[in-house]
Ligand binder design. Structure first.
Ligand code: NAP
Ligand code: MG
Length: 496
């Protein structure tokens, strides 16, 4: 067990140093010497400074990753897995500090045990199970088979909302396959990724295999997919930025996966267990202050239970306590001023657009909230499917209730957005569950489950504008490999 960080004190942990990023195993400032301030979103106090990395730093990181590549790629896969298992153990040993770093950086109250050690072990288990196949041949003196090989140096760009798991997803899976990586965390929440990278080094993962360049998206971020040394990219973030990253990958002729946003429906049928559905839906939209790509932000509810559902949702959301991360509360602030303005803008759009404000809609006041980017859990009723708040991702604790008259309309409304990340169905009827599971356009469908599957190793990713490619499934590591077909003609037998 590690020490608890005093919430009011300066950040002080051996896992972090001031103003450094990781390039080729060295902890270095930006080439430019410039820095970015990382603040605590609950009070705007300075938490740390990070390097303002740019294309020069990305270039240095790609070169370091190129240098590390041959030995890492050729290390046997079981040895790579062992290093990932050791990394998982160190993450577990430092769980408390990592949790506090991420909480402080994102502004989130403790949300239970970290998924990171389990993710690392799940991925490590795949490292030495990446197989090719044998192929039939035209002639007995030829053998044919495929091997799966890493792409080489790969890149990733991640958002701020769950920086530890996002970092793990991209880094662990790509390096397990034998790639080396350059990753840029979001400038709003880079601390847990830097600490995880330190633990990767401590675990014995060689210098240059994992490189972390911190900085702004338009500078360090943009330099990754456009660097000629990068052979594949993983991006998690907004559709607008995803599209920019994909353009850069297109120019560079490299593949990528995109994990983008969501506007996930919670479809509630008349036979649903409303006493289970309402608190789960309320928890789903307020967890991490609604800043979860998978958050169920639209309740598409049958008119016969509409009124009761709204009452139950209001009751459940009313109970959600708000405050700074170190207090015993359910919900912290939003990540930054821009996000706060954005969420408040959507709340105004809901009001002026004619939706009925049932709960929240404002900012909590009082000393505890100080300068923080807080907003109250907000519930809108009688939202029309074409309203802005029903169509666009708010990324805040704002829930829209849309009443419908039948299953057909429920499907049309649920699918009537650009996104397709997660969808949930609430029903006790297996027939409804089966039909809806097939009809909903989403990468994950949860039946009587608010945040998607809740299974181990479920592939995660989007339909439609929510992106493409899947992470965390049984193919997580294989997805970071390319296929080579080998045909081998043997010498004919002497004398023939
Ligand atoms: P964002 O603005 O798209 O940022 C994501 C990352 O991209 C950040 O590291 C950002 O850097 C970087 N970036 C910005 N401009 C860039 C550019 N021109 N080139 C390369 N990189 C660039 O998204 P966000 O507002 O931080 O995060 C919220 C979004 O992420 C939401 O839409 C949410 O749904 C989505 N998300 C999706 C998933 C999923 O798995 N599907 C998971 C979590 C979040 P800086 O911010 O540091 O400038
Ligand atoms: Mg951002």
């Amino acid at each position: 067990m590690t020490a608890v960080i005093d919430p009011q004190a300066e950040l002080d942990t051996p896992l972090l140093q001031d103003n450094v990023q990781l390039i080729g195993g060295e902890w270095v400032p930006a080439a430019s010497g410039e820095t970015i301030e990382v603040i605590n979103p609950a009070n705007r106090q300075l938490l740390a400074r990070i390097p303002r990395g740019t294309a020069d730093d990305v270039d240095a990181a790609v070169k370091a990753a190129e240098q590390a590549l041959p030995a890492w790629r050729d290390l046997n896969a079981t040895a790579r897995a062992s290093l990932l298992y050791r990394w998982a153990t160190l993450v577990e040993e430092n769980a408390e500090v990592l949790d506090q770093l991420e909480s402080r950086d994102v502004g989130r109250p403790h949300w239970g045990p970290s998924p990171v050690p389990g993710m690392l072990r799940f991925i490590a288990g795949q490292a030495d199970k990446v197989h090719g196949v044998s192929l039939p041949t035209y002639s007995p003196d030829v053998m044919g088979f495929t091997v799966r090989e890493p792409f080489g140096v790969v890149g990733a760009i991640i958002p701020w909302n769950a920086p530890g798991p996002m970092f793990t997803n991209e880094v662990a899976a790509s390096i397990a396959a034998g790639n080396t990586i350059v990753i840029k965390p979001a400038e709003d929440a880079p601390l847990a990724p830097l600490a995880l990278a330190k633990l990767a080094m401590d675990a014995g993962i060689p210098a240059g295999v994992v490189n972390v360049v911190t900085g702004y998206g338009s500078e360090a971020g943009a330099a990754i997919p456009s660097h000629p040394g990068i052979r594949r990219v993983g991006f998690t973030g907004s559709p607008a930025t995803g599209s920019i990253v994909m353009e850069a990958c297109a120019r560079n002729l490299i593949p990528l996966h995109l994990e983008l946003g969501g506007k996930s429906p919670q479809v509630v049928f008349p036979d649903a267990n409303l006493s289970a559905a309402a608190p789960a839906i309320a928890a789903g939209i307020t967890m991490n202050t609604g800043q979860i790509c998978a958050a169920g932000s639209r309740v598409v509810v049958h008119r016969s239970v509409h009124q009761e559902m709204v009452e139950r949702l209001a009751e459940a959301m009313q109970k959600v306590t708000v405050g700074p991360w170190h207090q015993q509360v359910n919900m912290g602030p939003l990540i930054n001023g821009r996000q706060h303005e954005r969420v408040m803008g959507y709340i105004e759009a809901g009001k002026s657009g004619g939706a009925d404000l049932v709960l929240g809609g404002g900012v909590p006041s009082g000393e505890a909230f100080g300068d923080g980017f807080f907003v109250n859990p907000t519930l809108f009723d009688n939202v029309k499917p074409d309203m802005k708040i029903a169509q666009e991702e708010i990324f805040g604790p704002v829930l829209s209730v849309i009443p419908v008259d039948n299953e057909e309309e429920a499907v049309a409304v649920a699918n009537g957005v650009d996104y397709g990340l997660v969808a949930s169905v609430w029903t006790e009827d297996v027939g409804t569950a089966v039909r809806m599971s097939r009809a909903l356009e989403a990468g994950q469908v949860g039946v009587n489950n608010a945040l998607g599957a809740g299974v181990i190793g479920g592939p995660f990713g989007g339909y439609k504008s929510s992106g493409f490619g899947r992470t965390m499934g049984a193919d997580a590591v294989q997805n970071w490999t390319q296929v080579k077909t080998i045909s081998m003609r043997g010498a004919t037998r002497p004398g023939n």
